[in-house]
Each structure stands twice: as C-alpha cells, then as structure tokens.
Design a protein around this ligand. Structure first.
Ligand SMILES: Nc1ncnc2c1ncn2[C@@H]1O[C@H](COP(=O)(O)OP(=O)(O)OP(=O)(O)O)[C@@H](O)[C@H]1O
Length: 218
C-alpha cells in the first residue's frame, strides 16, 4: 500500500497544495481528478521524488520512504508530455523498461511497429501509446500515470483501459486525466484535488457537488 500524507507545496510564495492525503492499494487503480492547475501533476512529481515540497510523508506498506522514490526503482512515472528521447529506438526503450519484444508485438499487432524505429519518427499519438504501454508493462510495482488518455484515439483508449485492468493485479496504479469518464470507469478509488486538498470521492455525484463537473452531466 502507498500512503501519501501532508503534502504541502509552494511555488515561490504561492501555495498550491495544503496537506494532501491519499492512499493507493495494491491491485487497485487510484484516480486523481481536479480542474486545470489544481496541482495533479505537481502531486505526482512530488510522490515520484522529482519535485521538492515543503512537507510530505510517503509510506510504502507502512514504512516511511526516506529516499526519493525514483531512485529506488520501485516506481515508474509517465509525465504529461512525451518523455522518451527522439534518438531512442523502440527496441532500446523496451530493454530500458524491462519489457519483452514478444509482449510488445502481442499488444501492437495491428500497428506492426518496426523495433528499430526511433521515437522521433513516430507520430505524437503513436509515441504516446508506446510510452503508456511501456510504463504499464514495466515490472515496477508503483505506476504513476499523468494523462495517459490524452492524445490517443478512442480505440486505443479502450485498449489502454484493458491493459490497466490486467496490470493492476500486482501493482499500485495512480492515474490522472481530464477524461474523467475514463478515470471513473477504470478506478477503484478516486480523489479530487480541490482548493489544494484531496477529497475522497465516495460516489460520482460528489463530482457535481464539488463542482468538478456541471449538474446533470453524469
Ligand atoms: N515550475 C512552476 N513554477 C511556478 N508555478 C508552477 C510551476 N509548475 C506548476 N505551477 C503552477 O502550479 C499549479 C499546479 O500546476 P500543475 O501542473 O500541477 O496542475 P495540474 O492539476 O496538473 O493542471 P493541468 O490539469 O492543467 O495539467 C498551476 O497553477 C501552475 O501554474
């Protein structure tokens, strides 16, 4: 289990997060929703350890994590924007992520990607779906996904959702996206970031009550 508590973040003198708490269980997908600029990406970066915060407490299976999470190899993080360098081939990326070529080919049957293809030569959407696939299939136990559904075609979104369901069995998956219907469908637990704090969403109508979505849009 991953527990994140008391996250406070300032950018210069502006406070963005005011004591965020969330709990993410193994075998479950934990969704994070919130309006533009509320601090979702900031929170994921703080959890991963690539962004400093004023306070935070991270526990894994009840033990306080003293190191930056990314240095431990326990987690992989999909940032909001493309991150695999242009010069890297698909084959090299598979090796780096510990994903087999067989698994890759089994998922991308239709696309029939050439494994020597470099990321710089893929389309924006192709690049994104390969990045999402690698992040989900990597053997790391904790997976942090920032906007995995953005920039990919609807049919691919369905495939990614199926992959998430398969991969979550042995993993702790934290996910955020503005495709809130996808998030609510794929998540076992949901938090909403609002006014710098996290609120556990117990039922979907809470999203209306917290004015994340307009009344009647469910
Ligand atoms: N490096 C930075 N310096 C100063 N302010 C920043 C920095 N990065 C983010 N912010 C601000 O912090 C707030 C939270 O940003 P963040 O990217 O975490 O939001 P978000 O919820 O992921 O937004 P979105 O859904 O639009 O991607 C925003 O107001 C943003 O302008």
């Amino acid at each position: 289990m991953l527990e994140v508590d008391n996250v406070e973040k300032y950018y210069d003198s502006v406070q963005i997060l005011y004591g965020v708490y969330l709990k993410a269980e193994e075998g479950q997908v934990t969704g994070i929703l919130g309006s533009n600029g509320c601090g979702k990406s900031t929170l994921l970066k703080i959890i991963f350890g690539t962004l400093r915060s004023k306070y935070k407490l991270i526990k894994i299976d009840g033990n306080v994590l003293h190191k930056k999470m990314y240095t431990t190899g326990i987690a992989k993080y999909l940032p909001q924007h493309n991150f695999i360098p242009d010069f890297l081939s698909i084959r090299k990326a598979l090796k780096l992520y510990g994903v087999t070529e067989t698994d890759f080919k089994a998922f991308f049957v239709e696309e029939d990607f050439d494994l020597t293809q470099k990321f710089g030569k893929l389309s924006g959407g192709q690049r994104r779906i390969v990045e999402v696939f690698l992040t989900l299939k990597t053997p790391s136990r904790i997976i942090l996904l920032d906007e995995p559904f953005s920039h990919i075609a609807p049919i691919q979104i369905e495939r990614i959702k199926e992959l998430i369901q398969l991969q979550k069995q042995h993993k702790i998956i934290l996910i955020t996206d503005h495709f809130y219907r996808e998030i609510t469908e794929v998540s076992d637990a949901i938090y909403l970031i609002k006014n710098g704090s996290s609120k556990r969403v117990q039922q979907l109508t809470d999203l209306e009550d917290y004015k994340y979505i307009s009344e009647g849009s469910l």
